[in-house]
Design a binder for this molecule. Structure first.
Ligand SMILES: [Zn+2]
Ligand SMILES: [Zn+2]
Length: 252
């Protein structure tokens, strides 16, 4: 028993070490580290999806139940998905859903023809048919992003107990606001010092933006308008990126 436990601990330690190295790499790059890792995982997930999952068990069930993907990822699939896979996906959804929509038509007809006695039962059946036709579950790509964000926010919170990660975090861009709020939702007693660190860095980054805006408005004043324009001119795009998440806006 003991060697097996040691083996498990050894694997866990190696796993933690690899996560920490991953985090160190992410913190040394520009922008929200969680957004970045979500992008990386989504790219891998996309490759896996179009290679295998589009035609296999749970992957198929997910996009059929949801009637495809969310708006953002439908655009992504339209742009990068191979034609064969896209045709398979949408034809399978239609094949699966048409009988359900036919059932809904039948339920509407039954309700219309039902007499006073059968009306309650017919209405119940109609409500069920409407519910069966609606999208269920979620977008497979959004789920990939949610899983990655949750996993890496936990990794960050655990790793922030190490001085070298704390130091890297203080010098990093910090989190975008959506991931900042997501980190706060992970509130547990053991995470309070790490959350305090995250909030401190967030305040510093907001303060940098505040200063940039003050500089922008100062240079708009005719007395200083001759001064050369600088990074304050793009404070608004940095604020938008921070508020929305780094991946949502392209560079201006
Ligand atoms: Zn982010
Ligand atoms: Zn999505």
């Amino acid at each position: 028993m003991l060697p097996r436990r040691r083996e498990r601990e050894r694997i866990q330690a190696r796993f933690d070490e690899s996560n920490r190295m991953d985090l160190e790499r992410l913190l040394q790059q520009e922008g929200c580290p969680i957004c970045r890792v979500c992008d990386e995982h989504l790219e891998r997930g996309r490759f896996w999806f179009f290679t295998e999952a589009y035609g296999e068990g749970s992957g198929v069930r997910k996009y059929i139940d949801y009637w495809g993907f969310c708006e953002k990822h439908t655009r992504m699939v339209a742009k990068i998905g191979p034609k064969w896979q896209k045709s398979v996906i949408y034809s399978w959804i239609i094949n699966d859903k048409m009988p359900i929509i036919q059932g809904l038509l039948g339920a509407l007809e039954s309700y219309r023809k039902s007499n006073f006695v059968k009306r309650t039962v017919a209405l119940k059946a109609l409500r069920k048919a409407i519910s069966d036709a609606r999208p269920r579950g979620g977008c497979i790509f959004c789920e990939n992003i949610t899983w990655t964000a949750n996993y890496y926010i936990r990794t960050l919170l655990d790793a922030l107990t190490h001085a070298e990660i704390q130091d890297l975090y203080r010098r990093s861009s910090g989190l975008c606001m959506p991931h900042f709020f997501q980190a706060l939702e992970s509130l547990k007693e053991k995470y309070v010092p790490q959350l305090q660190e995250i909030v401190k860095v967030q305040l510093e980054r907001l303060d940098q933006l505040k200063n940039d805006f003050e500089e922008f408005f100062r240079k708009e004043d005719y007395r200083f308008s001759h001064e050369p324009k600088d990074k304050e001119q793009f404070a608004w795009i940095r604020a938008m990126k921070r508020f929305l998440g780094e991946t949502e806006l392209s560079e201006c």
